[in-house]
Design a protein around this ligand. Sequence first.
Ligand code: NAD
Length: 332
Amino acid sequence: KPITELDETAAAAEAAALRPQLNQWRQDYYDNDAPKVEDDVYDRQYARLVALERAFPALITPDSPTQLVGGAVKAGFTKVPHTIPMLSLGDVFSQAELQEFADRLEQNVDQHVDYNCELKIDGLALSLRYERGVLVQGSTRGNGSVGEDITANIMTIDSIPHELTRPLTIDVRGECYMPKAAFAALNERQEAAGKPIFANPRNAAAGSLRQLDSRVTAERQLSTFMYNVADYEPLTARTQSDLLTEFDELGFTINPDFQVAHSMADVFAYVDHYQNERPDLAYGIDGIVIKANPLPLQRQLGATVKVPRWAIAFKFPPDEQPTLLKDVEWTV
Ligand code: NAD
């Protein structure tokens, strides 16, 4: 039923049914690395809850999935507090919504804004802490405020430098992912060994990074693209695009396919281009992310409890071939 035809009681009943369903799916996905439904099924129900809460803001509860980032810390892992939270991203599904996001942002700051366009890598977020240029800790996003200590595991990933080219003390954030070829090879090995196969590279990456035995992580050929920093002060970059270049100089692996867009026409061209390129990339992407390019502007815009106000994800339609097959077992 259209939201406009609902009264508050009907909307409250629908929201009360959606919240536990979505939270259960979130637990399967984030806590157990074992999703029970395809992302677009989750996304549709989530969008419905967002719309209900927008129409009736009194329905927002602290345990609503619209107010929560990620999931719980898995048993056995030491907790790592994130002094600057690791957030999610708002998402849009059409170019019209993307345009609306930019219009609203530019109205808020009363200026034209350039956007850095980046690929939305289908993996899981991680944070790396360097002290005086030396890698000392790695953690997952967890619930945004507290993540899991995965230091021993990240030490086994080739794309992560153990020492930077400058002695910076800095928390760098990015995506850990499993390349498509590594995913196919892993599933072949699993099958040959009579072990359960993984449903998709994201699930395989999450299950491989959140391991209590770092020898397992070491075998899984994970890789990373770094794209964010908790606090940009120690860097010289003052734009998102320069930040990526500086990361590259510091020794991080960045995704080279980023592009500064001076207009929304540039953004839409980027979206179209990578929607076509998607099947040929060596890793999975589930959309693109646009970010206000000036870092001081990002800071000025800030964030809600869940998402930054200076960035948005444009989600691609789901892959043609659903991976969540009935005969796939969800064990890691
Ligand atoms: P998200 O994955 O949609 O977006 C936020 C994340 O994008 C960031 O945390 C970061 O890890 C990642 N990212 C990748 N490339 C990036 C880049 N270049 N710049 C910045 N960030 C980048 O948000 P989320 O809150 O982690 O999860 C929501 C997603 O998880 C939805 O797509 C939803 O479908 C899926 N989900 C699925 C289920 C299920 O049961 N299938 C359950 C819960 C969530």
